[in-house]
Design a protein around this ligand. Structure first.
Ligand SMILES: Nc1nc2c(ncn2[C@@H]2O[C@H](COP(=O)(O)OP(=O)(O)O)[C@@H](O)[C@H]2O)c(=O)[nH]1
Ligand SMILES: [Mg+2]
Length: 279
């Protein structure tokens, strides 16, 4: 269940963008961040592992002040797709409140199916059940239709991934920024609704009536397709930051990220001093 701090009236949600490697998880978060830089409370943090150039995972934070005086902190992660980082992926999934699964319409059917099974089994290993978790699907890369690429039709992806789960799904393009906001807002709202429901049943003295509706409204205000695109490039603190982190320090790093990006930036600065190859 999401973390609730009654004293400070803060609620934390953890959302993970999952899916096969190269499906467009990072590209999706990067597009949303580029389009609405002022809506986020952190830079887009991209962490690379060890010596490799592969982006290991991305992190982005959002704070939504709500009319009730509560503040919703949303932490967004992308799941490391590379199988070598299985343990690290499990850590990213720990305590997850909702999953946005990015499927790759240009990949093999099996690639998407196996990626979903991988998440299912990683969750099961920590006693969680995908069936009971808020989940939405973003079927990605449909801009490639225009160039004549052979893609998996949305109906095939839905049959392969969503036949029994029956969750909301969108055909999208991270390259063109199409249908990225709808799944993004939906997964946050579904997590808020799940929390509201849990509070109603288990913590009746936690007043969360109308919480999900307020979250949906606040998201709609901030992430409207109609709001004019930003003309100037984002200021430095809202830009992207790349960090190269040795794999054996991953757990420590993740703990830092979860406690705040400024802490992450501090440890990255220390690592950079120790390793002059850092960007
Ligand atoms: N044509 C097209 N390419 C995409 C799209 N989304 C991602 N890509 C490309 O696919 C590659 C992998 O994307 P990335 O976001 O790094 O995948 P991740 O491994 O899931 O984070 C990159 O070269 C992206 O530019 C999309 O919607 N359309
Ligand atoms: Mg990525």
């Amino acid at each position: 269940m999401a973390f609730v701090n009654r004293k400070t009236r803060e609620i934390q949600l953890k959302i993970v963008y999952a899916g096969p490697a190269r499906a467009g998880k990072s590209a999706s978060l990067a597009w949303i961040h580029r389009r609405f830089p002022a809506a986020f409370s952190s830079r887009l943090v991209r962490v690379r592992a060890g010596e490799g150039r592969t982006v290991f995972f991305d992190f982005l934070a959002l704070v939504l002040p709500l009319p009730s005086g509560m503040r919703l902190h949303v932490r967004l992660y992308t799941l490391p797709g590379d199988e070598r980082f299985e343990e690290a992926a499990k850590l990213v999934l720990r305590g997850v409140d909702g999953i946005l699964f990015v499927a790759d319409a240009s990949a093999m059917r099996k690639t998407n199916i196996l990626a979903l099974r991988r998440i299912e089994s990683m969750l099961a290993a920590t006693g969680r059940n995908l069936q009971r978790l808020p989940l939405v699907f973003q079927f990605n890369k449909y801009d490639l239709l225009a160039s004549g690429s052979l893609l998996l039709p949305p109906a095939t992806l839905a049959a392969d991934l969503n036949r029994t789960l029956r969750r909301p799904c969108w055909a999208a393009s991270a390259a063109q920024g199409k249908n990225l906001l709808a799944p993004f807002c939906k997964i946050i709202t579904l997590c808020a609704a799940a929390l509201e429901e849990q509070a109603r049943r288990r913590i009746p003295d936690l007043p969360l009536e109308g919480f999900a509706a307020a979250v949906a409204e606040s998201l709609e205000e901030r992430f409207s397709e109609k709001s004019p695109p930003r003309r100037k490039p984002p200021r430095a603190p809202t830009g992207q930051a790349f960090y190269l982190i040795p794999i054996d320090r991953f757990e420590e790093l993740l703990a830092q990220v979860q406690s705040g990006v400024s802490a992450l930036e501090r440890i990255a600065a220390v690592l950079r001093r120790k390793d002059p190859r850092q960007p």
